[in-house]
Design a protein around this ligand. Structure first.
Ligand code: ADP
Ligand code: MG
Length: 283
């Protein structure tokens, strides 16, 4: 049976807001040496807002926004939903689209008013010029129309209030921190620098997130991975300990061993601390 000290530890952690699915996960957590964070929706709140719209030819940005919003109208991704919301609050029509396709880690494509519209990053809109990439912690969504680069929508996400203290506290306890994200390098580095995160892997497609986990494990690291998205699920399952944000997708929560009920990153520190203490009692 599960030792009483382990059950007591799980109960303690539950009271502070994290659900540990099994005693074995607590044991694994007590030996973790690296915590890997997803960026969007994990270190950030995942509710971005459009801060700027720039057209390639300097034309009226509303035309670009109308096409992009229609293309994103079926999108479940926070970036897509933010673009639709922004168009609506600007009083712009969000029309129908056809042939909608979501390419995880890349963006969306759709037919809008007879035009082939693509909204996403450089892996999707490949001829976007260097000049309009993400700035600071803002993310760039490039828009292509009939195969030509047409402009860029910049979206700013908010770093979670609990992120900075959680990262600092993990470092104080001797853990290494990492970020793996599908977002572009400049944006990822800006967020990592603000939080003091040790290592960054950016521009990753979902299977590349998994490859990053495998590479770290092969190097002998003992990993806790924290994530929220569909694109994080395989990486969460492959880490020694998967930790899902309570606000995350169903599949992220199902693929994880620990769920942060209130998505408060401080709860990770508390959970590691209690897990280590329980190990000292039991072993
Ligand atoms: P993260 O790993 O940080 O959670 P994702 O893998 O979900 O991010 O997305 C990675 C990148 O793919 C985004 O930064 C964006 O450039 C692009 N992207 C994904 N979905 C969309 C979308 N619906 N519209 C535009 N761009 C998108
Ligand atoms: Mg995410």
């Amino acid at each position: 049976g599960t030792p009483l000290a382990v059950l007591a530890a799980i109960a303690r952690i539950a009271r502070s807001g994290a659900f540990v699915k099994d005693g074995a996960h607590l044991e694994a957590l007590s030996t973790v040496d690296t915590v890997i964070f997803d960026k969007t929706g994990t270190l950030t709140t995942g509710t971005p807002a459009v801060v700027d719209v720039r057209t390639a030819d300097g034309a009226d940005p509303d035309g670009l926004l109308v096409l992009a919003a229609a293309a994103e109208s079926y999108s479940e991704h926070p970036l897509g939903q933010a673009i639709v919301t922004h168009a609506r609050t600007q009083g712009l029509p969000v029309g129908p689209c056809g042939e909608f396709a979501y390419l995880p880690g890349r963006g969306v494509t759709a037919k809008v008013a007879g035009k082939a519209v693509a909204a996403g990053n450089r892996t999707l809109v490949t001829d976007a010029p260097e000049a309009v990439d993400g700035q600071g912690t803002a993310t760039a969504v490039h828009v292509g129309i009939d195969g030509d680069y047409a402009g860029t929508i910049l979206l700013a996400d908010t770093i979670r209030e609990s992120a900075q203290a959680a990262v600092a506290e993990l470092h104080r306890r001797g853990l290494r921190t990492m970020m793996i994200t599908g977002d572009q390098e400049a944006t990822a580095n800006a967020v990592a620098a603000e939080l003091g995160i040790d290592d960054v892997w950016a521009g990753l497609l979902p299977d590349e997130k998994l490859a990053a986990i495998d590479a770290e494990r092969a190097a002998g690291c003992r990993l806790a991975m924290v994530g929220d998205g569909v694109n994080d699920a395989p990486a969460l399952a492959r880490s020694q300990v998967g930790i899902a944000m309570g606000s995350g997708t169903d599949i992220a929560r199902e693929s994880s061993d620990v769920v942060l009920i209130s998505s408060d990153l401080d709860d990770i520190v508390h959970t590691v601390r209690v897990a280590r203490r329980a190990r000292r009692i039991v072993m």
